[in-house]
Design a protein around this ligand. Sequence first.
Ligand SMILES: Cc1cc2nc3c(=O)[nH]c(=O)nc-3n(C[C@H](O)[C@H](O)[C@H](O)COP(=O)(O)OP(=O)(O)OC[C@H]3O[C@@H](n4cnc5c(N)ncnc54)[C@H](O)[C@@H]3O)c2cc1C
Length: 312
Amino acid sequence: MESSPEKAALAGDTIAREFAGILSAGTVFRRAEPLAKHTTLRVGGPVDYYIEPADEMDLAKVLDFCRRRGISFFILGRGSNLLVRDLGFRGAAVCLAQPVFAKIAAAGDQLVCGAGARLKAVALEAKRAELGGLEFLEGIPGSVGGALRMNAGAMGAATFDAIDRVRVMDFCGHVAVLTPSEMAVSYRQCGTLKESVALEAVFRGSRADRAEIEARMISFSKKRWASQPSAPSAGCIFKNPASVPAGRLVEELGLKGLRCGGARVSDEHGNFVVNDGGATAADILELIGMVKEKARQARGIELEIEVEIIGE
Ligand SMILES: Cc1cc2nc3c(=O)[nH]c(=O)nc-3n(C[C@H](O)[C@H](O)[C@H](O)COP(=O)(O)OP(=O)(O)OC[C@H]3O[C@@H](n4cnc5c(N)ncnc54)[C@H](O)[C@@H]3O)c2cc1C
């Protein structure tokens, strides 16, 4: 049977009605939500279904429904490591943005944090509770869930260095608590979270003086803002190759300032591509391709992309 926009719209209406039938009133459900609103790069077309579950029960229902109906989905954090293509995403974006997923509570030397909590809020609560070792999270503009999935790191530390355990939900809705040794964790990724959703993480800190923590946070912040652009970006575009940091490589190749439409290689940091306003995902992807090509030709280095590219 031939597919047409009308048929696709009818199928979309049916799925939206079925979603509405299983989810509680507290769950946010929107259709054709522009993902540019949810990514720090400010690009990306619409997602068919945008869902903020009211609680874990609704999250389990969403995952189960998507699995049974063959609906593609992804978990959306704060969109700070995502490059969504211009035609958007066919399926669902599931975002743990409701306050119930963003709770942070100190318990002894540990901090129990919902996956939707902002990393900055985690760092600030650690300071309040006089727990040192989490200062590096302060300037990473993501959520706990995104930081776990990406094993995000800064200032010589990475998320899983400070994790005691993670509560996860698999795509069938089953919940388990895992320690880092039970999870597939490596540089800038956690494979286990490709097949499950992080619900909550328990961070470990060490007792420290609040003033010391504050001083470390200020020094990290100064270091970051001395080298990082303020224009919209997704942080580092490429993983660091073994031989040279990607930012230095881009600088050595003379590519800082290189432009494609509204996208530009940052003058402040060679590993950042910024949206100067009006960039499309296609502009950014073309620019990334140009940098990769030059690195391959001039230095024989195959740059690996750190940001996640999704959509069509
Ligand atoms: C200005 C700037 C500076 C940055 N600096 C750093 C830095 O210093 N170090 C660093 O490592 N990164 C940095 N980043 C990149 C980014 O902030 C991190 O990768 C961050 O951890 C992503 O979190 P997020 O919530 O935005 O995730 P998103 O970008 O929304 O998603 C990233 C991935 O995580 C998955 N995900 C999100 N939530 C969950 C969940 N609950 N369960 C399972 N999977 C989930 C998504 O499906 C996706 O695969 C920077 C980005 C910007 C824009």
